[in-house]
Design a protein around this ligand. Structure first.
Ligand SMILES: [Cu+2]
Length: 332
């Protein structure tokens, strides 16, 4: 998609997003998806896992409608626009060389056209940079550093050629949280990968992550991710960016961005999230978690159940997992 189309899509996509309790991972029997990577970074990869056969699950969207969500902006799909609310994501280079480490530099400009230099820290960082190839592979979640003039930079390697989307997730000082997106490209032969089938199990680097709960279009739903290794629950997860897990969801088709954060809870094995997706569809979920000093990313494909009716009366969402109630929607 070119930038103009992405921008138009962004404006058109005022769809509520709140990731809250019900993640309808569609059909079962998908391949276990994960990242079989050994690199000690939240890099990417596409681990071809073994097939697991779960119970097929179809959830009717019975979540609460959340029509009175405090902030329409917060509930909208994010990351579809390069410029929003007076802020613009300006990369200083948009072409990178596949397989080579290069400095990726950019600024966030504000209403006055000048680079923003003051941010409100969120999850331990002033700015979170997420990258993914447009086929939803190659996920990276990294943290650039900012020079005093407001120029951000990070050594970056796009392992494979292709079209990538970069998301800058930040809170300008005194402003609202924003996620802006821009396209990057790495020239070369591009062999897009098909999106793995929906699955409730992901394998990554010897860890198994199970997903419980269902995504519900237009409603908050609870998701629980349970981490184990060698069949044993992992109960000593380490805080990473101030939480035991970070979850990013990207919508298949346009890469609308959702960043979901965990409920307070123990250091595993379960990590609970409230998530809200704006529309029915297929999403790719990326869970970053840290154990024994290494951050890993487990990936899932999930589909929503029937779309919740926005005007439906509030109702209690089906709770397939421990009672994580929507927490006041302080997440973005
Ligand atoms: Cu981050």
């Amino acid at each position: 998609m070119n930038g103009v189309a992405a921008r138009l899509a962004g404006f058109a996509a005022l769809l509520a997003v709140v990731f809250g309790g019900a993640l309808t991972v569609g059909a079962a029997a998908g391949p276990a998806v994960g990242i079989a990577e050994t690199a000690p970074a939240p890099a990417h990869g596409e681990g071809a896992g073994e097939h697991t056969t779960d119970m097929p699950e179809t959830t009717t969207g019975a979540g609460h409608a959340d029509g009175g969500h405090a902030s329409g902006a917060a509930a909208a799909a994010k990351g579809l626009a390069v410029s929003q609310d007076g802020y613009t994501f300006t990369p200083l280079t948009t072409s990178l060389t596949a397989g080579a480490q290069e400095d990726f530099r950019f600024t966030i400009t504000g209403h006055d056209g000048l680079p923003v230099t003051e941010y409100t820290e969120e999850h331990d960082k002033d700015l979170h940079l997420i990258l993914v190839r447009r086929d939803l592979t190659g996920f990276q979640h990294v943290h650039p550093t900012m020079a005093p003039d407001g120029t951000w930079s990070i050594p970056l390697t796009l392992a494979e050629a292709g079209e990538y989307r970069a998301f800058a997730d930040f809170v300008p000082a005194g402003g609202e949280g924003l996620t802006l997106g821009v396209d990057l490209r790495a020239a070369g032969d591009y062999a897009p990968q098909p999106l793995p089938a929906p699955a409730r199990t992901a394998e990554v680097d010897g860890y198994t992550v199970e997903l419980a709960g269902d995504l519900v279009a237009g409603a908050a739903s609870d998701l629980t991710l349970t981490v184990s290794r060698d069949g044993e629950p992992v109960t000593d997860l380490e805080p990473y960016l101030g939480a035991y897990g970070h979850l990013v969801a990207l919508r298949d088709g346009d890469l609308a961005y959702l960043h979901v954060h965990p409920h307070d809870g123990p250091a595993g094995p379960e990590i609970g999230f409230t998530a809200e997706v704006p529309s029915a569809g297929t999403y790719r979920l990326y869970l970053d978690f840290q154990h024994q000093g290494v951050v890993r990313t487990a990936e899932f494909t999930a589909t929503t159940g029937a779309e919740a009716t926005v005007s439906a009366p509030a109702a209690t969402a089906p709770t397939p997992s421990p009672a994580h109630e929507a927490d006041g929607h302080t997440h973005e």
